[in-house]
Design a protein around this ligand. Structure first.
Ligand SMILES: [Mg+2]
Length: 181
C-alpha cells in the first residue's frame, strides 16, 4: 500500500531521469547506460511510496534504425536487474519507437499513458505523478491532469517550463526524499 492517501501511481521518464542522457545520441547498449546519481536509491525509496511505478519513454533511435528493439530489451533487462538489486521496483515499461512526432504514442502525446491504463485499469491519472526532464514530459502529464515534476538542468532558470510544472527538483533522488503529498 502507498503511504500516501492521494498519489498512488508514478510515471517516470527514463533518459535524463533514471539514466544520463547522451546529447544528440541514443543509449544504444548497456555500456552507454549510466544511472543518474542517486537514481537507484531514489527508485527504492519511491517503490515504498507509490503502489505502481511505470517508465514512459520515447525511443526514436529504434524508428531511425540506429538501434533495435532487442538492443532496448537488453538495456532494460540490465536496468531492471540493477533497480531490483538496489531494492526498487518498476511495474512496467512503455516505449515509443515512432519517428512521427504526431504519433499518439510519442510524448507529449498521451498514448503510452492509456497503454498503461489498459494494462492496469485502476490507474487514475489525477492520482498520478509524472517526473521528467523535458518539456514533452511536463506537457504529457499536464494533459492528463497528473501532478508534474521537472528534474534536471536542461532549461535555464528563466524558462517558462518552470511555471508549467507543479514542482521542480534537481534530480530524482531529491524528489524521492522530499515528496510528500
Ligand atoms: Mg528525458
Amino acid at each position: 500500500m502507498s503511504i500516501y492517501t492521494h498519489y498512488k501511481y508514478l510515471f517516470l521518464d527514463r533518459d535524463g531521469v533514471i539514466n544520463q542522457e547522451r546529447p544528440d545520441d541514443y543509449v544504444k547498449n548497456i555500456s552507454e547506460f549510466v544511472f543518474e546519481k542517486g537514481a537507484l536509491e531514489a527508485i527504492a525509496i519511491l517503490s515504498a511510496k507509490f503502489d505502481y511505478i511505470f517508465i514512459i519513454t520515447n525511443q526514436r533511435g529504434i524508428g531511425r534504425k540506429i538501434m533495435s528493439e532487442l538492443d532496448l530489451a537488453k538495456i532494460h533487462g540490465y536496468m531492471l536487474a540493477e533497480i531490483g538489486k538496489a531494492g526498487g521496483r518498476i511495474d512496467n515499461i512503455y516505449y515509443c519507437t515512432d519517428l512521427n512526432s504526431e504519433s499518439i504514442n510519442r510524448k507529449p502525446n498521451v498514448g503510452m499513458a492509456f497503454q498503461a491504463q489498459h494494462d492496469y485499469p485502476a490507474i487514475d491519472f489525477t492520482r498520478s505523478v509524472m517526473v521528467g526532464n523535458s518539456k514533452s514530459d511536463i506537457e504529457f502529464g499536464n494533459k492528463l491532469n497528473m501532478y508534474t515534476v521537472l528534474v534536471g538542468d536542461k532549461y535555464k532558470k528563466e524558462h517558462k517550463i518552470y511555471s508549467t510544472a507543479n514542482a521542480y527538483y534537481e534530480n530524482l533522488y531529491k524528489f524521492a526524499v522530499d515528496f510528500k503529498l
